[in-house]
Design a protein around this ligand. Structure first.
Ligand code: TXA
Ligand code: MG
Length: 323
């Protein structure tokens, strides 16, 4: 079983030895390995049971490392990096020859981000290579937002889990491809479209969350799925109407409120009692894990307002309920 601890030196030593360890980030926990080592990267795919067509994000601790990874740095990329790094933004840029093809699934583009979590940042700043890190969950399942989540699923496959507490943001990074002076959003995530637009001073029109021909394969229609079926409350449907079509042992995941009679009759969780979308995002994946572990046969959830981090929450709920 993996040891759970806060020893950065130990995590660094394992990474330098081309082994795979879990690390905390502000978005979700990552399954980390030396991003310049094919051996380490192959091990990441094996531990996650991830198909090789799904490329990995490289994590860096300083901008100097970016020069080793990206062959060109358009001014727009630098502007976004300066504004939002460290933070929940991933930039997709043309790659250098240093980056193994295994990392990018054969693409000439590489995804890079500088995470904000202090343990991750300290670790990255002391390494001479970037760290490849997908979310530390088995392929297709909900991302982990605590060390225990990682241990529950991958604990028998990795030696060490660096414990940085609960992930503050709770949904994965926003992925943005920079094509010269244009920007294309490939994944909605922990940095809101509104924040991006404010920095750019213009509206973002190219949001390409492809599913069938996945540019960002985390964007496969069915993804982020819990082990129990997840159903969504439809537009204008009341909880009562939806529950009539559900088995009696259904669990409910509500955004900010739930009528008292339903609270008494159904196991339930409320994502944010004061309707804060950032708090809802931080609680989302842990809530799905808690509900699916109950003695229930399915989960009924509702979409949240489609603004700020609400977009990323709804995207995850849509994919988790896809069938
Ligand atoms: O917040 C995050 O981004 C977390 C933490 C650990 O940093 N990582 C994460 O990684 O969510 P992962 O592997 O679960 O999702 C990364 C997504 C995948 O859907 C992948 O397809 C996309 O990034 N991606 C990676 N490289 C890409 C590339 N070269 N072009 C387009 N998409 C890419
Ligand atoms: Mg993932």
């Amino acid at each position: 079983m993996a040891i759970i601890g806060t020893d950065i030196q130990k995590a660094m030593a394992l990474l330098c030895d081309q082994q795979v360890v879990a690390i905390p980030t502000e978005t979700v926990y990552g399954l980390a390995g030396n991003g310049f080592s094919e051996k380490a990267v192959a091990q990441i795919f094996a531990v996650k049971n991830r198909p090789f067509f799904d490329p990995l994000i490289l994590h860096i601790g300083n901008l100097k490392m970016l020069e080793q990874i990206a062959s060109t740095l358009p001014p727009l990329a630098l502007q976004l990096a300066q504004q939002f790094w460290p933070g929940p933004l991933t930039l997709v840029l043309p790659k250098t020859a240093n980056v193994p093809n295994l990392v990018t699934a054969g693409s000439d583009w590489v995804a890079v981000r500088m995470p904000k979590h202090p343990l991750a940042l300290a670790l990255l700043q002391n390494l001479s290579f970037p760290v490849a890190a997908p979310s530390a969950n088995p392929f297709g399942y909900i991302s982990p937002t605590s060390a225990q989540h990682v241990a529950n699923q991958l604990g028998d496959k990795i030696p060490y889990i660096l414990d940085g507490g609960s992930s503050e943001v709770g949904v994965e990074s926003t992925i943005v491809q920079i094509i010269e002076d244009k920007i294309r959003v490939l994944r909605l995530g922990g940095l809101s479209i509104e924040d991006l637009q404010q920095c750019l001073g213009k509206e973002i029109t190219d949001i390409t969350l492809s599913a069938s021909n996945p540019k960002a394969p985390g964007m496969l229609s069915s993804h982020y799925a819990p082990t129990k079926p997840l159903y969504m409350l439809q537009n204008n449907q009341s909880w009562e109407e939806a529950l009539q079509q559900m088995p009696p042992n259904t669990a409910i995941l509500a955004f900010n409120e739930l009528p008292t009679n339903l609270q008494e009759s159904y196991p339930h969780l409320i994502l944010s009692k004061n309707a804060c979308l950032n708090q809802a995002a931080a609680n989302l994946f842990a809530a799905l894990r808690t509900l699916e572990a109950l003695n229930v046969s399915c989960i009924l959830a509702q979409y949240v307002p489609e603004t700020g981090l609400g977009r990323a929450i709804n995207d995850r709920l849509r994919r988790a309920s896809f069938r």
